[in-house]
Design a binder for this molecule. Sequence first.
Ligand code: 5GP
Length: 179
Amino acid sequence: MSTIKVKEKQFAISIPEAEILTAVQRVADAINHDLEGKEPLFLSVLNGAFMFTADLMKRITIPCEVSFIKLSSYEGTSSTGQVRQLMGLNQCIKGRTVVIVEDIVDTGLTMQKLLELLQAQEPAEVHIATLLLKPDKLKVPLHIEYAAMQIPNDFIVGYGLDYDGFGRNYKDIYTVISD
Ligand code: 5GP
């Protein structure tokens, strides 16, 4: 399927599954190397990161834990810049090596807020793994060690990412071609 319709919008395929999985493997290899012996706790940010998290975790070979949190700031196709509270973190992260697993970093405001909330609980170190990064949109300085892929500013869906709740189920990533 090279084009799809999600609600009223048309999208064209931009990153096929095979390319995504190659990029995910690269991130997993780097984490397996860098965090060996640290027993990291992966914190997957729902909902968007669920598919990335599943594929990433299958490729992590060092002892680790995974947990799921929620913190959303996005409605429709443009970031509101508003952030909500952190939900679902029922584990003590004090002294732990934490890896945030996110679907996409756009302005970076969500990630900045999340880092702030996590730092208050005194983890030993926090790393960021994001499937996608829109470098031209980044508004705040962030140290992102593990960005699987960089993309232009266009709105995308698929592989966990949605448009108004729909489109998360596609295995490939699609870019909007009509408004
Ligand atoms: P930020 O706070 O970095 O501006 O926004 C991050 C959040 O916005 C992501 O976690 C994601 O939910 C959403 N987002 C940003 N760009 C896109 C996009 O192109 N497609 C979709 N579906 N969500 C996006």
